[in-house]
Design a protein around this ligand. Sequence first.
Ligand code: TRP
Length: 360
Amino acid sequence: MPDIDPWGDVEIGDYSDKMEKFGIDPISDVEDRLPDNLLVRRGIIFGHRGLKEFLDAKEDGEEFAMMTGIMPSGVFHFGHKTVVDQILMYQEMGAEITVTAADIEAYNTRDMSLEKSRELVIEEYLKNYVALGLDLDKVDFYFQSEGGNDYHLKSKQFAKHLTQNEVEATYGSAAPGKITSALTQYADILRPQFDSPKPTVVPVGVDQDPHIRLTREVARKYRDADFYKPSSTYNKFMRGLQGGKMSSSDPKSYIALTDDIKDAKKKIDQAKTGGRDTLEEHREKGAKIEEDMVFELLAFHLIEDDDELARIKREYSSGEMLSGELKQIAKDRLEEFLTEHQRKREEASEKVEQFVRENT
Ligand code: TRP
């Protein structure tokens, strides 16, 4: 088996191990050239490949782009929000934004019909993306199934630059559905360059790195255009509320951005914390903050201010703050966030439907 399977489990464990093995550079290399963003400050975006080239283009006033994709799987939850937060960061930097809905991949690897993908992408993904701040007037959004002739042609041509050995060594399998999904994804990643070559960054979880590596190979070998090798950034995955993996198939592991607020708060109440078994022990030893999923939710999504987060961390890990108090902070923040978000999503709804009618 390969060490990273893009269609497998997303629990990656030790990130430094993967970085070393696959030549991912630490984000600290380029941190001072990135916007002041909590994902960067908190090391949630922890690594990159070739980001200097992308930043050079930006700083030299040349064209630069961001491309990413979503495979529809179910409801849109806080785990997915991290990708959107990155899209927004690059949107603010002035990158050309391209987003695909991976319906061909879902068809081939998840047994999902194109119709079902479409429905999920509109209701769960696009409406939430727009509510979070994606600018529909600027994005090149497309379904893979409707990517256009040039895109599908290039995707097939890219096959010429791969060997069976390479595919098997990278993905652990050369199953036709996987190869097709992979070739489609290379065309996604290079799509911003079809009109004119330009540095492009692809923000992903480290599970997608095999695709990045092979797209870089393809970009180098393809002769009919002068593609830049795509750059990438890698984000950590937020763990599930019960610890372990956050998964669309286990509602207790996530909070969806469309969850009823009462239900969402109940999930916080039931979440795994790093609190100790007895009050006495907690006061004495303090919380095990690394094992606290409520704190993780605060750090990834609900507390923007570093000083405030640091204060909570200090008080909680010293035992001064109890798990119940931490949960109360999270529930208040969550209620505030979800109320506002759900209002914006409602507002975006009609606009998204019109956009999809006109553009796909
Ligand atoms: N394979 C990605 C996933 O499983 C979805 C995807 C398709 C993608 N094309 C992409 C991601 C291009 C980044 C860039 O979620």
